[in-house]
Design a protein around this ligand. Structure first.
Ligand code: FES
Length: 182
């Protein structure tokens, strides 16, 4: 019994040294003889396969993480320099008795032609931010959301809005309609 568990017995050491000294050029794997020179080839194949699987895994992981990272980190906002004065359209777009909303930088501005006199104010209602419109039959600016009424120069007539509409400057330059900051 003791002999079986003694790894330092002379018989056992002989057999181990014989195997390590290279006396035998054949190893046995699962009962089959295999050339010692194939060991290196097998190792290289496993190493290559390991790297290939690792590389594919990295590509798949990167592909899965990319949209998550893009979602978490918002893109840097491009700083667009605001202009003080912009040609927003043609004078003919706002005939007498009408009003039209134009884009001025990031703002919406309503230009009103009230009997030939042009005026421009913010088109965003100061109550809850709805866009206003020109109500030609009453000659006023109206917000349909909760009934706010403003004069064409933005002053409050009636309604729930806390503030008048912010003023802008508008002028005709030939055929061009030009809005600038007030
Ligand atoms: S948002 Fe204009 S009246 Fe309420």
């Amino acid at each position: 019994m003791a002999r079986n568990s003694n790894f330092k017995s002379p018989d056992r050491l002989d057999s181990l040294q014989g195997g390590a000294s290279g006396k035998s050029s054949v190893s046995y794997d699962g009962g089959k003889a295999r050339d010692e020179s194939l060991k290196g080839v097998d190792f290289e194949r496993r190493s290559f396969l390991g790297k290939a699987v690792g590389g594919i895994g990295a590509v798949v992981a990167a592909g899965a993480l990319y949209p998550v990272v893009k979602y978490i980190i918002p893109p840097a906002e491009k700083k667009v320099k605001e202009k003080d004065e912009i040609v927003v359209g043609k004078v003919s777009e706002v005939p007498p008795g009408s009003g039209k909303i134009f884009q001025f930088n990031k703002d919406k501005v309503i230009v009103v032609n009230n009997g030939g006199t042009l005026s421009a104010v913010s088109a965003v209602c100061t109550h809850l931010g709805c866009l206003v419109q020109w109500k030609a039959d009453e000659d006023l600016i109206y917000c349909a959301c909760h009934g706010a009424r403003y004069e064409s120069n933005g002053k409050i007539i009636s309604g729930p809005q806390p503030l008048p509409l912010a003023p802008y400057t508008v002028r005709a330059d030939g055929d061009d309609l030009v809005i600038s900051k007030a």
